[in-house]
Design a protein around this ligand. Structure first.
Ligand code: AOF
Ligand code: ZN
Length: 370
């Protein structure tokens, strides 16, 4: 197999910086930046700070300054086009130009319509040499939720499933919570932590009364919690309604009293009626994108999972397989029937790795690219 060409080391390093801090930045993309002298010496490094804080480029320039380095004539290696707009922070282009950066190597353009090429344009105008492309695939993959939101107006939808080797996801007696190991659950919390929101259905809430927060790994932010609850059956005493926690409830019901009871518990109720008294799931996803959700982490039961799959709204599956046979004959097949889709839904396996005693498979729906 031919190996892909090696990336320039500063871009590799910038990608690592971005990857290591990806849970802190949503809804902002996680970006890394390395500044090098003409002889290749690293002068400074930075990564995007939590939303509202400085971007990667500004952090790298500050790092170089704090080490007493002069950045005139230096190269900035960055995993995303430097911004040209004033958002929650100032434009990185201006900071780079002011610091005398002579060359910018960026992995990909920023799809944010407020930037979208204007960053590169501004840099070139100021006489900065611009090169685009090294590490593009990895940079897009790293922020696939941000790209999805900007390009499609939808979050990247990743469905987490824990199953036995024979694909059983839940037992009829409800003892479904611990099919996989502690290690797999902790790993799952790592994926929750990077998501903008965690989605579940009313069935799961009524059955398990789950918290669905990030507990088993360290995090600086909790994802938004989203509940699909067509008839507003969420009990105001549900454990997930913690004081101060951001919870969004999507419903097709116009029951004012139930709505008021949930709002009194701090939840936000959003009406998105679809056909048959159900929530319009596609409309819900568009709304979540408008609320700046990049990655949506789904942990739900058969019904909601099945609806999302059948409606073609799932981009990726995160499956933990336990080395156990449960033989309950339901499992992931309960997403069906998919027969109207002919050959079913084609997937490609991105990775398969042991996590403790279990196996973690990431599978992407054919045709969905970061
Ligand atoms: C960069 N470097 O490290 C990141 C960028 O509201 P703001 O000011 O934080 O701007 C957010 C937007 O900036 C975000 O939507 C994306 O277009 C870009 N992110 N840009 O130059 C960075 N994270
Ligand atoms: Zn910026």
């Amino acid at each position: 197999m031919p190996q892909p060409p090696a990336l320039p080391p500063p871009i590799e390093r910038a990608l690592v910086l971005a990857r290591n801090h990806a849970t802190h930045t949503p809804p902002n993309p996680s970006v890394g930046c390395v500044i090098t002298a003409p002889d290749g010496t690293v002068l400074g490094e930075g990564h995007t700070q939590p939303t509202g804080g400085p971007h990667a480029e500004v952090m790298a320039l500050r790092d170089a300054a704090s080490r007493g380095h002069d950045t005139h004539g230096a190269t900035a290696w960055v995993t995303l086009e430097p911004c040209s707009h004033v958002g929650r922070t100032g434009p990185c282009c201006e900071a780079l130009v002011t610091a005398g950066i002579a060359r910018v190597v960026a992995s990909v353009g920023d799809p944010n319509p407020r930037v979208a090429g204007r960053g590169f344009q501004r840099l070139r105008q100021a006489g900065v040499e611009v090169e685009i492309g090294p590490g593009a695939e990895a940079a897009r993959e790293l922020n696939l939720g941000f790209f999805s939101r900007m390009v499609r107006g939808m979050p990247w939808v990743r469905m987490k499933i824990a199953a036995s080797l024979d694909g059983t996801t839940a037992l009829s007696n409800g003892t479904s919570q611990w099919i996989t190991s502690e290690a797999a659950r902790r790993d799952g919390h790592g994926w929750r932590a990077r998501a903008g929101a965690v989605l579940t259905g009313i069935g799961t809430v009524l059955e398990d009364d789950p918290m669905l927060d990030v507990r088993l790994v360290e995090t600086t932010r909790q994802p938004l919690l989203v509940v699909v609850d067509s008839r507003l059956e969420l009990p105001p005493g549900a454990r997930l309604l913690q004081p101060g926690r951001a919870v969004l409830v999507y419903t097709a019901s116009d029951d004012a009293a139930r709505r008021a009871a949930l709002e009194a518990q701090g939840a936000t109720v959003v009406s998105r009626p679809g056909v048959g008294g159900k929530v319009d799931l596609a409309a819900m996803l568009r709304d979540l994108a408008q609320r700046e959700v990049n990655e949506l982490h789904v942990e739900a039961g058969h019904k909601l999972n099945g609806s999302l799959v059948r409606d073609g709204l799932v981009d990726e599956f995160l499956v933990y397989l336990a080395p156990r046979l449960l033989g309950a004959g339901r499992g992931m097949a309960a997403f069906g029937p998919l027969s109207e889709l002919g050959a079913g839904i084609g997937l490609s396996f991105l990775s398969a790795e042991p996590v403790g005693p279990d196996l973690r498979i990431v599978a992407r729906v054919a045709g969905r690219d970061a």
